[in-house]
Write a protein that binds this ligand. Structure first.
Ligand code: GLY
Length: 368
Protein backbone atom coordinates (compact mmCIF):
# COMPACT_ATOMS: atom_id res chain seq x y z
CA UNK A 1 0.00 0.00 0.00
CA UNK A 2 1.27 3.47 -0.86
CA UNK A 3 1.71 6.49 1.42
CA UNK A 4 1.56 4.54 4.72
CA UNK A 5 4.30 6.69 6.28
CA UNK A 6 2.58 9.87 5.16
CA UNK A 7 -0.73 8.70 6.64
CA UNK A 8 0.94 7.78 9.92
CA UNK A 9 2.65 11.19 10.12
CA UNK A 10 -0.66 12.98 9.57
CA UNK A 11 -2.40 10.74 12.10
CA UNK A 12 0.32 11.36 14.70
CA UNK A 13 -0.03 15.14 14.24
CA UNK A 14 -3.79 14.84 14.64
CA UNK A 15 -3.60 12.63 17.75
CA UNK A 16 -1.08 15.02 19.36
CA UNK A 17 -3.54 17.86 18.76
CA UNK A 18 -6.33 15.75 20.32
CA UNK A 19 -4.15 15.13 23.39
CA UNK A 20 -3.49 18.85 23.77
CA UNK A 21 -7.21 19.69 23.41
CA UNK A 22 -8.51 16.87 25.63
CA UNK A 23 -5.97 16.74 28.48
CA UNK A 24 -6.48 13.50 30.41
CA UNK A 25 -9.95 12.79 29.03
CA UNK A 26 -11.23 9.57 27.47
CA UNK A 27 -12.64 9.89 23.91
CA UNK A 28 -15.50 7.91 22.37
CA UNK A 29 -17.63 9.66 19.67
CA UNK A 30 -16.80 13.21 18.56
CA UNK A 31 -19.80 15.55 18.58
CA UNK A 32 -19.54 18.59 16.34
CA UNK A 33 -15.83 17.89 16.01
CA UNK A 34 -15.15 17.62 19.75
CA UNK A 35 -14.73 14.67 22.08
CA UNK A 36 -16.54 14.64 25.39
CA UNK A 37 -14.96 12.80 28.33
CA UNK A 38 -16.28 9.24 28.79
CA UNK A 39 -14.25 9.14 31.99
CA UNK A 40 -16.82 11.59 33.42
CA UNK A 41 -19.86 10.05 31.72
CA UNK A 42 -19.26 6.34 32.35
CA UNK A 43 -15.88 5.21 33.63
CA UNK A 44 -16.69 1.52 32.97
CA UNK A 45 -17.75 2.11 29.34
CA UNK A 46 -16.42 -0.67 27.10
CA UNK A 47 -14.51 1.62 24.71
CA UNK A 48 -12.55 3.43 27.40
CA UNK A 49 -9.28 1.64 26.59
CA UNK A 50 -9.11 2.33 22.86
CA UNK A 51 -7.61 5.80 22.98
CA UNK A 52 -4.96 4.31 25.26
CA UNK A 53 -4.32 1.83 22.42
CA UNK A 54 -4.03 4.68 19.91
CA UNK A 55 -1.50 6.37 22.18
CA UNK A 56 0.62 3.29 22.93
CA UNK A 57 0.72 2.29 19.23
CA UNK A 58 1.84 5.78 18.20
CA UNK A 59 4.27 6.06 21.12
CA UNK A 60 5.78 2.73 20.06
CA UNK A 61 6.09 4.11 16.51
CA UNK A 62 7.29 7.67 17.23
CA UNK A 63 8.71 7.68 20.79
CA UNK A 64 6.90 10.96 21.51
CA UNK A 65 6.60 11.28 25.30
CA UNK A 66 3.34 13.32 25.25
CA UNK A 67 1.58 10.24 23.89
CA UNK A 68 2.82 8.04 26.71
CA UNK A 69 1.93 10.66 29.34
CA UNK A 70 -1.67 10.88 28.10
CA UNK A 71 -1.93 7.06 27.98
CA UNK A 72 -0.77 6.86 31.61
CA UNK A 73 -3.39 9.43 32.64
CA UNK A 74 -6.14 7.30 31.10
CA UNK A 75 -4.79 4.15 32.75
CA UNK A 76 -4.86 5.82 36.16
CA UNK A 77 -8.39 7.14 35.57
CA UNK A 78 -9.60 3.60 34.86
CA UNK A 79 -8.63 2.57 38.40
CA UNK A 80 -11.99 4.04 39.43
CA UNK A 81 -13.76 1.39 37.31
CA UNK A 82 -11.68 -1.41 38.85
CA UNK A 83 -12.37 -0.11 42.36
CA UNK A 84 -16.11 0.40 41.79
CA UNK A 85 -16.14 -3.12 40.27
CA UNK A 86 -19.92 -3.57 40.03
CA UNK A 87 -20.27 -2.23 36.46
CA UNK A 88 -17.39 -4.26 35.03
CA UNK A 89 -18.23 -6.63 32.17
CA UNK A 90 -16.67 -8.97 29.60
CA UNK A 91 -15.07 -6.01 27.75
CA UNK A 92 -12.40 -5.63 30.45
CA UNK A 93 -10.02 -7.05 27.83
CA UNK A 94 -10.55 -4.09 25.54
CA UNK A 95 -10.23 -1.71 28.50
CA UNK A 96 -7.05 -3.00 30.11
CA UNK A 97 -5.13 -4.72 27.27
CA UNK A 98 -4.77 -1.31 25.63
CA UNK A 99 -3.92 0.61 28.78
CA UNK A 100 -2.29 -1.16 31.73
CA UNK A 101 -1.12 -4.29 29.89
CA UNK A 102 0.25 -2.14 27.05
CA UNK A 103 2.15 -0.04 29.60
CA UNK A 104 3.52 -3.15 31.31
CA UNK A 105 4.56 -4.65 27.98
CA UNK A 106 6.33 -1.46 26.95
CA UNK A 107 7.84 -0.27 30.25
CA UNK A 108 7.68 -3.20 32.70
CA UNK A 109 5.65 -1.06 35.15
CA UNK A 110 4.65 -3.49 37.96
CA UNK A 111 1.59 -1.47 39.01
CA UNK A 112 0.29 -1.73 35.45
CA UNK A 113 0.82 -5.49 35.51
CA UNK A 114 -1.31 -5.73 38.68
CA UNK A 115 -4.09 -3.73 37.02
CA UNK A 116 -4.01 -6.12 34.05
CA UNK A 117 -4.13 -9.16 36.33
CA UNK A 118 -7.10 -7.74 38.26
CA UNK A 119 -8.94 -7.27 34.95
CA UNK A 120 -8.07 -10.85 33.92
CA UNK A 121 -9.42 -12.12 37.25
CA UNK A 122 -12.69 -10.26 36.59
CA UNK A 123 -12.97 -11.84 33.13
CA UNK A 124 -12.18 -15.32 34.47
CA UNK A 125 -14.81 -14.92 37.19
CA UNK A 126 -17.52 -14.57 34.52
CA UNK A 127 -17.06 -18.17 33.35
CA UNK A 128 -20.13 -20.41 33.43
CA UNK A 129 -18.82 -23.96 33.90
CA UNK A 130 -22.03 -25.77 32.87
CA UNK A 131 -22.26 -23.79 29.64
CA UNK A 132 -18.48 -23.50 29.10
CA UNK A 133 -18.70 -19.78 28.27
CA UNK A 134 -17.82 -16.37 29.60
CA UNK A 135 -21.03 -14.44 30.07
CA UNK A 136 -21.53 -11.18 28.23
CA UNK A 137 -22.79 -7.91 29.68
CA UNK A 138 -24.59 -7.56 33.04
CA UNK A 139 -28.13 -7.31 34.48
CA UNK A 140 -30.38 -10.22 33.45
CA UNK A 141 -28.16 -11.43 30.58
CA UNK A 142 -26.78 -14.20 32.74
CA UNK A 143 -26.65 -16.80 29.94
CA UNK A 144 -25.61 -14.67 26.97
CA UNK A 145 -22.52 -14.93 24.81
CA UNK A 146 -21.60 -12.43 22.09
CA UNK A 147 -19.15 -12.61 19.21
CA UNK A 148 -17.28 -9.48 20.39
CA UNK A 149 -15.95 -11.49 23.34
CA UNK A 150 -13.42 -13.19 21.05
CA UNK A 151 -11.35 -10.01 21.22
CA UNK A 152 -11.36 -9.92 25.03
CA UNK A 153 -10.06 -13.40 25.73
CA UNK A 154 -6.45 -12.52 24.74
CA UNK A 155 -6.35 -10.95 28.23
CA UNK A 156 -6.68 -14.48 29.65
CA UNK A 157 -3.85 -15.78 27.45
CA UNK A 158 -1.68 -12.89 28.65
CA UNK A 159 -2.48 -13.73 32.31
CA UNK A 160 -1.54 -17.37 31.75
CA UNK A 161 1.83 -16.36 30.33
CA UNK A 162 2.43 -13.76 33.02
CA UNK A 163 1.55 -16.04 35.94
CA UNK A 164 2.71 -19.28 34.31
CA UNK A 165 -0.73 -20.64 35.24
CA UNK A 166 -2.80 -22.49 32.59
CA UNK A 167 -6.17 -21.88 34.26
CA UNK A 168 -6.77 -18.59 32.44
CA UNK A 169 -6.08 -19.99 28.98
CA UNK A 170 -8.22 -23.06 29.75
CA UNK A 171 -11.19 -20.72 30.19
CA UNK A 172 -10.31 -18.79 27.01
CA UNK A 173 -10.18 -22.03 25.00
CA UNK A 174 -13.44 -23.39 26.43
CA UNK A 175 -15.16 -20.09 25.64
CA UNK A 176 -13.75 -19.88 22.09
CA UNK A 177 -14.93 -23.46 21.42
CA UNK A 178 -18.45 -22.56 22.57
CA UNK A 179 -18.52 -19.39 20.46
CA UNK A 180 -17.23 -21.35 17.46
CA UNK A 181 -19.87 -24.05 17.89
CA UNK A 182 -22.88 -21.80 18.43
CA UNK A 183 -22.23 -18.42 16.80
CA UNK A 184 -20.40 -19.34 13.58
CA UNK A 185 -22.70 -20.49 10.79
CA UNK A 186 -22.06 -22.86 7.89
CA UNK A 187 -21.90 -19.99 5.35
CA UNK A 188 -19.06 -18.35 7.32
CA UNK A 189 -21.21 -15.60 8.84
CA UNK A 190 -21.59 -15.08 12.56
CA UNK A 191 -24.56 -14.46 14.83
CA UNK A 192 -24.15 -11.67 17.36
CA UNK A 193 -25.75 -13.17 20.48
CA UNK A 194 -26.41 -16.71 21.72
CA UNK A 195 -28.55 -17.36 24.79
CA UNK A 196 -28.01 -20.34 27.13
CA UNK A 197 -29.72 -21.60 30.25
CA UNK A 198 -27.26 -20.34 32.86
CA UNK A 199 -28.15 -23.19 35.26
CA UNK A 200 -27.65 -26.26 33.06
CA UNK A 201 -25.74 -24.59 30.21
CA UNK A 202 -28.13 -25.73 27.45
CA UNK A 203 -28.36 -23.59 24.33
CA UNK A 204 -31.71 -21.78 23.97
CA UNK A 205 -31.66 -19.42 20.98
CA UNK A 206 -29.93 -16.75 18.94
CA UNK A 207 -30.89 -13.16 19.70
CA UNK A 208 -30.63 -10.10 17.46
CA UNK A 209 -28.13 -7.59 18.82
CA UNK A 210 -26.52 -4.63 17.11
CA UNK A 211 -27.22 -6.02 13.65
CA UNK A 212 -30.54 -6.37 11.82
CA UNK A 213 -31.84 -9.62 13.39
CA UNK A 214 -30.98 -12.89 15.09
CA UNK A 215 -30.17 -14.56 11.77
CA UNK A 216 -28.47 -11.63 10.04
CA UNK A 217 -24.77 -10.73 9.87
CA UNK A 218 -23.81 -7.56 11.73
CA UNK A 219 -20.66 -6.49 9.91
CA UNK A 220 -18.69 -5.36 12.98
CA UNK A 221 -19.44 -8.73 14.56
CA UNK A 222 -17.95 -10.42 11.49
CA UNK A 223 -14.85 -8.27 12.00
CA UNK A 224 -14.59 -9.28 15.67
CA UNK A 225 -14.91 -12.93 14.56
CA UNK A 226 -12.14 -12.78 11.93
CA UNK A 227 -9.62 -11.09 14.19
CA UNK A 228 -10.72 -12.95 17.34
CA UNK A 229 -10.35 -16.40 15.80
CA UNK A 230 -6.97 -15.64 14.21
CA UNK A 231 -5.79 -14.47 17.63
CA UNK A 232 -7.13 -17.63 19.27
CA UNK A 233 -5.15 -19.62 16.68
CA UNK A 234 -2.06 -17.53 17.43
CA UNK A 235 -2.40 -18.21 21.16
CA UNK A 236 -3.21 -21.91 20.95
CA UNK A 237 -2.11 -23.33 17.58
CA UNK A 238 -5.57 -24.93 17.19
CA UNK A 239 -6.13 -25.21 13.42
CA UNK A 240 -9.93 -25.16 13.82
CA UNK A 241 -9.72 -21.53 14.93
CA UNK A 242 -7.64 -20.65 11.86
CA UNK A 243 -10.13 -22.37 9.56
CA UNK A 244 -12.99 -20.48 11.22
CA UNK A 245 -11.17 -17.19 10.72
CA UNK A 246 -10.67 -18.06 7.02
CA UNK A 247 -14.36 -18.90 6.55
CA UNK A 248 -15.53 -15.65 8.16
CA UNK A 249 -12.88 -13.69 6.22
CA UNK A 250 -14.14 -15.14 2.91
CA UNK A 251 -17.69 -14.26 3.87
CA UNK A 252 -16.67 -10.72 4.86
CA UNK A 253 -14.74 -10.05 1.66
CA UNK A 254 -17.48 -11.40 -0.59
CA UNK A 255 -20.08 -9.29 1.26
CA UNK A 256 -18.14 -6.04 1.46
CA UNK A 257 -17.14 -6.28 -2.23
CA UNK A 258 -20.84 -5.55 -2.98
CA UNK A 259 -20.43 -2.04 -1.52
CA UNK A 260 -16.95 -1.14 -2.83
CA UNK A 261 -15.27 -2.48 0.35
CA UNK A 262 -17.02 -0.03 2.68
CA UNK A 263 -19.23 -2.45 4.63
CA UNK A 264 -22.92 -1.93 5.26
CA UNK A 265 -23.91 -2.14 8.94
CA UNK A 266 -25.36 -5.59 8.32
CA UNK A 267 -24.58 -7.90 5.42
CA UNK A 268 -27.93 -9.70 5.65
CA UNK A 269 -30.32 -6.80 6.07
CA UNK A 270 -33.19 -7.26 3.59
CA UNK A 271 -32.42 -4.08 1.66
CA UNK A 272 -28.77 -3.14 1.17
CA UNK A 273 -28.46 -0.64 3.96
CA UNK A 274 -27.04 2.65 2.79
CA UNK A 275 -25.52 3.37 6.17
CA UNK A 276 -21.93 2.24 6.44
CA UNK A 277 -19.88 0.88 9.29
CA UNK A 278 -16.27 1.84 8.67
CA UNK A 279 -15.31 0.46 12.09
CA UNK A 280 -16.19 -3.03 10.78
CA UNK A 281 -13.81 -2.43 7.87
CA UNK A 282 -10.96 -1.33 10.15
CA UNK A 283 -11.37 -4.26 12.57
CA UNK A 284 -11.64 -6.73 9.70
CA UNK A 285 -8.59 -5.16 8.01
CA UNK A 286 -6.49 -5.91 11.10
CA UNK A 287 -7.82 -9.47 11.20
CA UNK A 288 -7.18 -9.97 7.49
CA UNK A 289 -3.62 -8.68 7.72
CA UNK A 290 -2.98 -10.94 10.71
CA UNK A 291 -4.46 -13.83 8.70
CA UNK A 292 -2.28 -13.04 5.68
CA UNK A 293 0.80 -12.96 7.89
CA UNK A 294 -0.17 -16.29 9.48
CA UNK A 295 -0.90 -18.24 6.28
CA UNK A 296 1.66 -19.32 3.64
CA UNK A 297 2.41 -16.34 1.36
CA UNK A 298 0.37 -17.43 -1.67
CA UNK A 299 -2.67 -18.37 0.42
CA UNK A 300 -2.45 -15.17 2.48
CA UNK A 301 -2.22 -12.71 -0.45
CA UNK A 302 -5.96 -12.43 -1.04
CA UNK A 303 -6.57 -11.38 2.58
CA UNK A 304 -3.91 -8.67 2.54
CA UNK A 305 -5.33 -7.40 -0.75
CA UNK A 306 -8.82 -7.26 0.78
CA UNK A 307 -7.50 -5.39 3.81
CA UNK A 308 -5.71 -2.84 1.62
CA UNK A 309 -8.87 -2.32 -0.45
CA UNK A 310 -10.87 -1.53 2.70
CA UNK A 311 -8.17 0.70 4.15
CA UNK A 312 -7.85 2.61 0.89
CA UNK A 313 -11.63 3.05 0.57
CA UNK A 314 -11.86 4.44 4.11
CA UNK A 315 -8.72 6.58 3.91
CA UNK A 316 -9.87 8.18 0.66
CA UNK A 317 -13.44 9.02 1.62
CA UNK A 318 -14.08 8.61 5.36
CA UNK A 319 -11.22 10.28 7.20
CA UNK A 320 -10.67 13.69 8.74
CA UNK A 321 -6.98 14.51 9.16
CA UNK A 322 -7.59 18.06 10.38
CA UNK A 323 -5.67 18.95 13.53
CA UNK A 324 -8.52 21.33 14.44
CA UNK A 325 -11.17 18.65 14.98
CA UNK A 326 -11.39 15.45 17.04
CA UNK A 327 -11.90 12.03 15.48
CA UNK A 328 -10.18 10.49 12.47
CA UNK A 329 -12.46 7.90 10.85
CA UNK A 330 -16.03 8.85 9.90
CA UNK A 331 -18.90 6.66 8.72
CA UNK A 332 -19.16 4.36 11.72
CA UNK A 333 -22.35 2.94 13.21
CA UNK A 334 -23.06 2.01 16.81
CA UNK A 335 -26.09 -0.15 16.11
CA UNK A 336 -28.27 -1.01 13.06
CA UNK A 337 -31.52 -0.08 14.79
CA UNK A 338 -30.57 3.06 16.70
CA UNK A 339 -31.50 6.32 15.01
CA UNK A 340 -28.51 8.06 16.52
CA UNK A 341 -25.01 6.70 16.32
CA UNK A 342 -25.04 6.41 12.51
CA UNK A 343 -22.37 7.95 10.29
CA UNK A 344 -20.28 8.85 13.32
CA UNK A 345 -16.65 8.68 14.36
CA UNK A 346 -15.89 5.83 16.75
CA UNK A 347 -12.67 5.80 18.74
CA UNK A 348 -12.15 2.11 18.02
CA UNK A 349 -12.30 2.71 14.25
CA UNK A 350 -9.41 5.14 14.73
CA UNK A 351 -7.56 2.57 16.82
CA UNK A 352 -7.91 -0.25 14.28
CA UNK A 353 -6.97 2.02 11.36
CA UNK A 354 -3.71 2.89 13.12
CA UNK A 355 -3.03 -0.71 14.08
CA UNK A 356 -3.71 -1.84 10.48
CA UNK A 357 -1.32 0.71 8.97
CA UNK A 358 1.39 -0.27 11.44
CA UNK A 359 0.72 -3.96 10.79
CA UNK A 360 1.30 -3.43 7.07
CA UNK A 361 4.75 -2.07 8.02
CA UNK A 362 5.19 -4.86 10.61
CA UNK A 363 5.81 -2.02 13.06
CA UNK A 364 2.83 -2.41 15.41
CA UNK A 365 2.97 -3.02 19.13
CA UNK A 366 1.33 -6.38 19.85
CA UNK A 367 -1.49 -5.48 22.24
CA UNK A 368 -3.37 -8.78 21.86
N1 GLY B 1 -18.67 -4.52 21.62
C1 GLY B 1 -19.76 -3.78 21.16
C2 GLY B 1 -19.63 -3.24 19.79
O1 GLY B 1 -18.87 -3.71 18.99
O2 GLY B 1 -20.34 -2.29 19.50
Amino acid sequence: MEKIDEYLDRITAKVLSECARNEGSIPYIPENGRYTDMGQEDIAWWTNGFFGGVLWQLYHYTGKEELKAHAEQIETKLDQALEEFIDLHHDVGFMWLHTAVANYRKTGNEQSKVRGLKAAAVLASRFNSNGQFIRAWNEDKTGWIIIDSMMNIPLLHWATTELDDPRFKQLAIAHADTVQQYLIRKDGSSAHIGSFNPENGEFIEWIGGQGYSSDSAWSRGQGWAIYGFVLSYKHTGDIDYLNTAIRVANYFLASSSQTAYVPAIDFKAPVIEEDTDTSAAMIAACGLIELSQTLPKEQGKVYKKGAVRMLTAVLEAYTDFSTETDGLVRGGAVDYHSKEGKNVGLVYADYFLIEALLKLKEAEMDLW
